[in-house]
Design a protein around this ligand. Structure first.
Ligand code: CIR
Length: 301
């Protein structure tokens, strides 16, 4: 199957009825997403004032995001959530996945630690799973990977123990781990994200660019400070449609930008990287993590 045909079939799959299983297609990426909790109004907030979130609008935008993931070649599994997980949709923070292993995080916000077990269970069929342990804390939003270089934010959510544990897990696999102080924003990836091979999108007002030597930096438009959070999948960069000036800068670098509406979850301090965990490599043949989406299980789109 040629690639555009694979993408088309994936899109059709994503548009199919919820809960309907589809055949394993030609794809080299899995994306785990998680449902938006009915209790998202009680989400953690650090830098923003609380404003009302329209849950239906947020879910519609999230569905559009999942379609963008499918268009980029991902096979999607959406995990279920519950009222005791207001921030469940921000699945990125619960784990970091490498080709060699998955590392289950220990989120810095205590309210978010109950999100972790279901994610660990979903990843277990695909990777050897290690975990950050107390007193370590680590949010996946603080971990940026560029080739074998891993940058980890030292932030309000990720502490020195978490960083040391991450380093100990990754160095045997040939990764370098560099700690980067984060103070002006929630996570490292609020301020800087990978958008291409050796190419970062950055808001230098929020992060010191010095650690990112030997990488090419694209600056966000100064009027769009939240624009640095973009999700690169293969040749596509999924980015909030609200930040069209920054998108123009990415396109000027030859990148293909897929804009998605992301304004509702932005009120919960979430961006586009936060809403998925992307794994390279096909699922194990015959493996099935799909189930109902209302009982703590998951549903494949
Ligand atoms: C939180 O504060 O944990 C959530 N309200 C937002 C998390 C966003 N996640 C991310 O940037 N990786």
């Amino acid at each position: 199957m040629v690639r555009h045909e694979a993408r088309r079939s994936l899109k059709l799959s994503a548009d199919a009825d919820r809960g309907r299983r589809y055949d394993v297609r030609v794809t080299d990426r899995l994306a785990f997403t998680r449902a938006i909790s009915q209790s998202i109004a009680r989400c953690e907030l650090t830098h923003l004032a609380r404003v009302a979130i329209d849950v239906d609008a947020a879910r519609a935008q999230h569905a559009g995001y999942e379609r963008a993931l499918a268009d980029a070649g991902c096979r999607i599994t959406r995990l279920a959530a519950d009222d005791d997980m207001p921030d469940s949709v921000f699945i990125e923070d619960t784990a970091v996945v490498f080709d060699e292993l998955a590392i289950v995080a220990r989120p810095g916000a205590e309210s978010r630690r109950r999100e972790v077990p279901a994610v660990a269970a979903a990843l277990a069929p695909h990777r050897a799973v290690s975990a950050i342990a107390a007193p370590g804390t680590l949010d996946g939003g603080d971990v940026l990977v560029s080739g074998r270089r891993v940058f980890v934010g030292s932030s309000g959510r990720t502490n020195a123990h978490g960083i040391a544990q991450l380093r100990a897990l990754l160095e045997p696999h040939g990764y370098s781990v560099t700690a980067v102080p984060v103070s002006g924003c929630l996570h490292l990836k609020s301020a800087v994200c990978v958008v291409g091979d050796g190419l970062l999108l950055i808001n230098r007002a929020w992060i010191d660019a010095a650690p990112f030597d030997r990488l090419t930096l694209v600056d966000v438009d100064p009027s769009e400070p939240f624009g640095a959070n973009a999700l690169r999948i293969g040749d596509t960069v999924i980015a909030p449609q609200e930040f069209d000036r920054t998108a123009a800068r990415l396109r000027a670098h030859g990148l293909s930008v897929h804009p998605v509406p992301a304004s509702e979850l932005a009120k919960a301090e979430g961006g586009v990287t936060c809403c998925s965990l992307i794994l390279r490599g096909p699922a194990k043949a015959g493996h099935d993590v799909g189930k109902a989406d209302t009982d703590g299980g998951s549903v494949r789109l």
